[in-house]
Design a protein around this ligand. Structure first.
Ligand SMILES: [Fe+2]
Ligand SMILES: [Fe+2]
Length: 252
C-alpha cells in the first residue's frame, strides 16, 4: 500500500493511502484517508475486513492508534466500513455516519454510544478546540445517506463514491510508484462513467450537491475509489462533467 501526503503544515496533515499491490482483483480497489490535527486523528472510509491489516499498519506509520478519535463513514457499504468492529477494537473512537444507517452499521459492531449520527442537513464537527471539519450532505450519490467531509484547512473535499473510478492496475503506473492523481481528464472519463451512471439513481441530487459544493473553496476532490482531482481546474472539470452526465433512471 502506498501513502502520499496531500497537505501538511506544522499541526495539520491530510494523507492518502491506497493502490495496494497485494489486493486481489476480485475486491474493489479503495482509497483510505487520514486527517490529523494536533494530536487528534480522523480516519475516512477505512475499508473492508480483508483490508484491515494492511490499512491499519499503514496508518500506524503516521499516527498512534490512541490518537484516532473519529472514524468517518461516507455511507454504509462493506467496502467503506465492514472492518468497523476491528477498528473499534484498536481505537477509542466514535464512528460518524448518517442517521439512517445507524441501525444498519450496528451489524458491523457499532453501538449507539460510539456513534455520531448525522442529520440530513450535515454538521460541523469540532475535532479539537480550535479546528472543525464540515460534514456535507451528498444524499443519493449513490447512497440515500451519503456524506462528504470538507477540511477547510487543506481545502480537500473527501467525496466517498462521488468521483469514483475503476482504473485498471496497468493504467496506474507512474514513474516510481502508482499514480494517484487524474492527469488527463478526458481519458479518465471512461473509468468513471459506468460507475456514476449505474450506481447513482437520478439527476436531481447531483444538482443539489453541485450547487452546495460550488460554494466551497475546493482544491482537491478525493474519492474513495480511483484517482484524486487536484487543483481548481481539475475540480471544475469534474463538476462540469458530472453536471452534464445523465445517471440512473435517466441514463438510457
Ligand atoms: Fe458505495
Ligand atoms: Fe465505494
Amino acid at each position: 500500500m502506498i501513502s502520499e501526503i496531500l497537505f501538511e503544515s506544522p499541526n495539520h496533515k491530510f494523507i492518502y493511502f491506497g493502490k495496494d499491490s497485494e489486493r486481489p482483483d476480485y475486491i474493489i480497489d479503495t482509497n483510505q484517508y487520514l486527517l490529523i490535527h494536533d494530536k487528534v486523528a480522523t480516519i475516512m472510509d477505512p475499508g473492508g475486513i480483508e483490508m484491515f491489516s494492511s490499512v491499519s499498519s499503514a496508518f500506524a506509520g503516521e499516527v498512534r492508534m490512541s490518537e484516532v478519535k473519529y472514524i468517518f463513514s461516507s455511507h454504509q457499504d462493506p467496502d467503506v466500513i465492514s472492518a468497523l468492529a476491528l477498528w473499534l477494537s484498536i481505537t477509542d473512537s466514535k464512528v460518524i455516519i448518517d442517521r439512517i444507517w445507524s441501525t444498519f452499521i450496528s451489524h458491523y459492531g457499532a453501538r449507539p454510544e460510539n456513534m455520531i449520527m448525522v442529520e440530513d442537513t450535515g454538521m460541523k464537527l469540532n475535532m479539537t478546540k480550535d479546528y472543525a471539519f464540515e460534514i456535507i450532505p451528498a444524499h443519493y450519490l449513490h447512497s440515500p445517506g451519503h456524506l462528504n467531509l470538507y477540511d477547510p484547512v487543506s481545502k480537500i473535499l473527501f467525496t466517498g463514491d462521488i468521483g469514483a473510478a475503476l482504473v485498471p492496475k496497468e493504467d496506474l503506473k507512474g514513474k516510481r510508484k502508482p499514480n494517484i492523481f487524474v492527469q488527463d481528464f478526458d481519458s479518465h472519463i471512461k473509468y468513471m462513467e459506468y460507475f456514476h451512471k449505474r450506481w447513482m439513481p437520478s439527476n436531481e441530487p447531483k444538482k443539489v450537491w453541485i450547487d452546495r459544493v460550488s460554494k466551497l473553496d475546493v482544491e482537491m476532490i478525493a474519492p474513495q475509489h480511483g484517482l484524486i482531482f487536484k487543483g481548481k481546474e481539475m475540480v471544475g472539470r469534474f463538476l462540469t462533467w458530472f453536471d452534464s452526465l445523465k445517471v440512473g433512471l435517466y441514463s438510457k
